[in-house]
Design a protein around this ligand. Structure first.
Ligand SMILES: *[C@@H]1O[C@H](CO)[C@@H](O)[C@H](O)[C@H]1NC(C)=O
Ligand SMILES: *[C@@H]1O[C@H](CO)[C@@H](O)[C@H](O)[C@H]1NC(C)=O
Ligand SMILES: *[C@@H]1O[C@H](CO)[C@@H](O)[C@H](O)[C@H]1NC(C)=O
Ligand SMILES: *[C@@H]1O[C@H](CO)[C@@H](O)[C@H](O)[C@H]1NC(C)=O
Ligand SMILES: *[C@@H]1O[C@H](CO)[C@@H](O)[C@H](O)[C@H]1NC(C)=O
Ligand SMILES: *[C@@H]1O[C@H](CO)[C@@H](O)[C@H](O)[C@H]1NC(C)=O
Ligand SMILES: *[C@@H]1O[C@H](CO)[C@@H](O)[C@H](O)[C@H]1NC(C)=O
Length: 913
């Protein structure tokens, strides 16, 4: 991947899409050696400079200071660096912040001069940004970083022997999930730091419980380096290892600090005690009562089994479903609907979750397999009708929660296609009577569609990332909604005492979560602050009423210098903006524009970087560069998803995904579709070769052991009605000279010639032939596995077509399974990839077909236009194949393959030229 620096960076306004090759994920980082952050401008110049002076930037201080006041987290990240060189150079600053947080301030101090960022309307910032770009300057960047974080990075040119300080502040309301709050700090300093510190102070007036701190990079012996002091209502957690303690091993210069530092806690909850904070004219009410019995639920699982659900995704879905079914409570009711272009119900109505019923459902789930297209509209409506009917007929407990969980990995492409119409169909069918939760599996879902669909129906949407832990993600989500405690929760405050309330009606309260409502007190009349909560409980109405009183934070925390002053107000603003941003997508047109305007106004007033605003700081002028704006943005979930599509699987540090087979596979199958699967990269490349029927191509050639694989293509019986002329491989010649083996495989039979003896095997037999140098395993009418001793293993698949098909004929597919023993000289259309291929892909853009974006591939010193598509691997499922997403290289693979496709044409099945 070296030699490609300077090509990975791209910022598109509005949709930030980036892929920085090899970029260290994570972290708080400053360095003078950040090759990945090359700008197009002057890349060569600064590269030279940098490689000569890697050690000339010293980062001498990194501090992360987080203060949590009643769940509201305020984090300041400070980094200081010194340019030790006797000339100016570029210094890079990178931090990761939680995607749920808003940046609220950014500043740089250079030579005693402070440059402070300002939050501006995004459109205005964009104008400034465009000017900067046209004058050749750089801008700050924000991009997705893993599942939970986003990365902010800037670079500044610093004079010789000068110091720089970067300070970034962000804020967020911590959300309670499965009974705890989490504060996540990602640190990746890349060098040992003189002064390194992560400090977290938590203030919770009602008291703290289960305070825990751990880090992915700290072994048990090193955990004592984390100091933890917890008193009744305050926790202080500090981690400040010395230079010596930061070493990754006794004699190493490297740092062990590299990963996530996580603090978790919960708040003590006592029965019927309010948790309401009132400070400076704003109140916040946290509602999560203790010891409530769960309310039974009626849940319809609507499961996508369309063709795009790969074998892996389907397996993970089944695995998750089995665990979820096992966890159903006896008094729950459930139904399962699987859909592609057709809808299939396990049963016509909901079923009580008795042991026998669950067992029966599990058997059913084990048999769900992927098939055809995606009819989301009909599938969800079927679920709604089923629930509504059972509810109407009194088949369900009166007090119980009705929900639909939709799992899909694609866009609607069967039945109703129009996402707007699906949304209105579903919304009017549900009519506020049940919740719809949408799980979008992988990168090919239309997440904004699912997000709006669930927001319109009292639910939430969640992305499920492809990867080996997908089943756990599905179960994790289910657990969050598995135990409703209250339904129709209404939180009421006196009309004449409060205004600007955030959402105060929720259709459910789930076990382990929390409802938060904030608002402004109109006349600060605390004597009259009556609070009421009404809801439907397990077997009775839930109702509490009482007077809230303000706690005096100065009395609670007499020794603290921290000004708690405005945290309730900022919390209120944060929550209001988040909710307005939701309405700005899911409301009526009028609501949308009002919500957008209000969210923008509040973002500007409270200095929050939201999807509607940007942080702009003017970079100082230097001898090399004129002053220019640096800009920080906020990504929406759709933009994150878009960016991930480009990078495809950017999470190098996450467990490897099973989406691909575990060894590299090189294959040609179907209308000569070449597919190079690269499991270490979780990616694949593909191309087609077109030529006249009868043409013979060389696929593999290795002069050292004398291996040759050639294949001949054949056309259709006649030109199909769509005029598309396809060709297929129908005959392969395989020679291994030093082993004295020669094979001819066509769609009829297999002829093996070894040591002068010839054996003919028809495809209609099953056979296993073990020779001294070659093993053949023939599965009747299906596949032939060829193992050449100490050399290579191939599989040839037979695709049998209905004999009377008007134009298709039988054809073959060729798969290389093990090629690592071949020599470095191995070549051919497939063979040239056996020893790996280096490439980078970036600059995702709209392609001809919406689901198939185009991108630029840098490979073999060239830039190619490629298209994201998929091709099929038929090894596991000979009939339908398994979709493998891949980068498609156009024009007969030109640019990816060495030379031209015609260079691989040979004159005979066993000929080398
Ligand atoms: C910078 O330092 C190098 C040696 O470290 C020296 O050769 C060079 O003359 C210095 N340049 C300036 C401009 O001082
Ligand atoms: C932003 O940071 C600068 C420098 O640290 C500070 O002077 C300023 O008060 C901060 N602004 C806000 C709104 O906190
Ligand atoms: C940079 O900061 C360090 C640490 O605060 C200080 O010792 C040093 O004098 C500073 N150097 C310059 C050139 O300002
Ligand atoms: C929602 O439930 C109410 C009360 O049961 C019922 O009257 C109404 O028709 C339902 N709405 C829809 C769209 O089914
Ligand atoms: C949107 O704002 C306008 C002007 O403030 C107001 O008249 C209108 O009622 C609002 N619409 C909604 C749906 O809130
Ligand atoms: C790639 O496509 C773009 C337009 O989509 C075109 O301008 C460019 O020339 C193409 N590049 C190559 C190498 O084909
Ligand atoms: C692929 O190669 C064949 C044979 O040389 C040629 O006819 C065809 O136009 C090529 N296709 C593309 C898209 O370049």
């Amino acid at each position: 991947m070296s030699g490609l620096q300077g090509v990975g960076l791209l910022l598109l306004w509005g949709s930030v899409c980036l892929w920085l090759p090899g970029l260290a994920r994570g972290a708080l980082l400053i360095s003078g050696d950040q090759k990945d952050l090359q700008e197009q401008r002057g890349a060569a110049k600064s590269l030279q400079k940098r490689s000569a002076n890697e050690a000339m930037v010293e980062v001498y201080s990194v501090k992360v200071d987080c203060t949590v006041t009643s769940r509201f987290a305020h984090t300041v990240m400070t980094s200081k660096a010194l340019n030790k060189a006797n000339y100016s150079q570029e210094i890079f600053f990178e931090v990761d912040l939680p995607k749920t947080a808003f940046i609220t301030n950014f500043s740089m101090e250079i030579d005693g001069q402070v440059y402070v960022g300002e939050v501006k309307e995004k459109e205005k910032a964009k104008k400034q940004y465009e000017k900067a770009v046209s004058s050749g300057s750089t801008a700050g960047l924000v991009k997705a970083s893993g599942r939970k974080m986003e990365k902010f990075s800037v670079s500044v040119n610093i004079a010789a022997e000068s110091n720089i300080t970067f300070i970034l502040t962000h804020e967020e309301l911590l959300q309670r999930k499965l009974g705890r709050y989490e504060i996540l700090t990602r640190v990746k300093p890349k060098q040992r730091i003189q002064e390194f510190q992560i400090v977290t102070n938590i203030y919770e007036p009602k008291g703290l419980s289960d305070v825990d701190a751990h880090a992915s990079f700290l072994s048990n012996e090193l955990l004592p380096l984390v100091e933890k002091t917890v008193t009744d209502n305050k926790a202080h957690i500090s981690f400040s290892p010395t230079m010596e303690e930061q070493r990754n091993c006794p004699d190493c210069e490297g740092t062990l600090i590299d990963g996530d530092f996580v603090v978790t806690y919960d708040v003590k909850r006592a029965k019927s005690l309010w948790d309401i904070q009132i400070v400076n004219g704003y109140f916040v009410h946290f509602f999560a009562p203790l010891d409530l019995p769960r309310v039974p639920k009626n849940v319809v699982f609507v499961i996508d089994r369309s063709g795009s659900m790969t074998m892996t995704k389907m397996t993970q879905t089944r695995e998750a479903m089995l665990a979820i079914l096992k966890d159903l409570h006896e008094d729950d009711h459930f139904a399962i609907i699987q859909f592609d272009n057709r809808i299939e119900m396990w049963k016509e109505s909901l079923t009580k979750a008795t042991k026998e019923n669950v067992d029966e459902a599990m058997t059913y789930v084990r048999n769900i397999n992927s098939r055809s297209a995606t009819d989301i509209n009909e599938a969800v409506l079927t679920g709604v009708r089923m629930l509504a009917k059972d509810r109407q007929q009194g088949n369900l407990p009166e007090r119980s929660s009705d929900m639909i969980i939709l799992l899909t990995d694609g866009m609607p492409n069967s039945g109703e296609f129009d996402t707007g119409r699906i949304q209105s169909n579903v919304q009017s069918a549900i009519g506020g009577n049940m919740s719809l939760f949408c799980l979008g599996f992988g990168n090919d879902v239309d997440y904004s569609f699912l997000d709006v669909l669930s927001k319109q129906n009292q639910g939430i949407a969640r992305r499920i990332f492809e990867g080996s832990d997908a089943a756990l993600q599905l179960q994790g989500f289910y657990e969050e909604v598995a135990s409703p405690l209250l339904l129709d929760v209404d939180l009421r405050y006196p009309d004449n005492a409060v205004d600007s309330l955030t959402t105060n009606h929720y259709s459910q309260l789930f076990n382990g979560s929390e409802i938060v409502v904030a608002g402004r007190l109109t006349d600060n009349d605390l004597d009259n602050f009556m609070v009421e909560v009404f809801a439907q409980g397990f077997d009775e109405e839930y109702k509490v009423q009482g007077q809230a009183s303000a706690e005096d934070w100065n009395v609670l925390y007499p020794d603290e210098d921290y000004i708690f002053g405005d945290f309730t107000e900022r919390l209120w603003a944060y929550l209001s903006i988040q909710q307005l941003l939701g309405t700005s997508k899911s409301g009526t047109p009028d609501e949308k524009s009002n919500a957008t305007a209000k969210a923008l106004e509040m973002s500007l007033q409270y200095s929050f970087v939201t999807p509607l605003t940007s942080m702009v700081v003017i970079k100082p002028e230097t001898e090399d560069e004129q002053g220019s704006p640096l800009i920080a943005d906020k990504l929406t979930e759709e933009q994150r998803q878009q960016a991930e599509k480009v990078a495809y699987k950017p999470y190098a540090a996450q467990p490897p995904s099973y989406a691909y087979h575990q060894t590299p596979t090189y294959l040609v199958d179907g209308d000569p579709h070449f597919l190079i699967e690269l499991p270490e990269r979780d990616d694949a490349l593909c191309f087609n070769i077109n030529n006249k029927p009868g043409t013979i191509f060389n696929l593999v050639r290795d002069p050292i052991p004398g291996i040759l694989v050639n294949g001949e293509i054949i056309g259709e019986k006649m030109i199909p009605p769509d005029g598309q002329i396809n060709t297929y491989f129908w005959r392969f010649g395989i020679v291994h000279q030093s082993l004295g083996v020669r094979l001819e495989v066509n769609t009829q039979d297999i002829v093996v010639l070894q040591d002068g003896k010839q054996v003919k095997l028809p495809w209609s037999d099953a056979a296993s032939v073990k020779g001294t140098n070659v093993d053949l395993l023939l599965t009747k009418d299906r596949s032939l596995t060829v193992t050449l001793k100490d050399s290579v293993k191939f599989v040839i698949l037979l695709h049998k077509v209905w004999a009377k098909h008007p134009y298709h004929r039988d054809y073959l597919g060729f798969y290389t399974l093990d090629s690592h023993l071949l020599s470095p000289l191995v070549h051919g259309l497939l063979g040239q990839f056996y020893h790996g291929i280096e490439y980078e892909v970036s600059e995702l853009r709209q392609g001809e077909v919406q689901e198939k974006p185009d991108a630029t591939m840098y490979v073999k010193g060239q830039e190619l236009n490629v298209t994201r598509g998929w091709q099929r691997d038929f090894r596991k499922d000979v009939k339908n194949g398994e979709n493998v997403p891949c980068w498609f290289v156009h024009s007969n693979g030109t640019g990816l393959i060495d030379g031209d496709a015609t260079d691989y044409v040979v004159s005979g099945l066993f000929k080398t030229v």
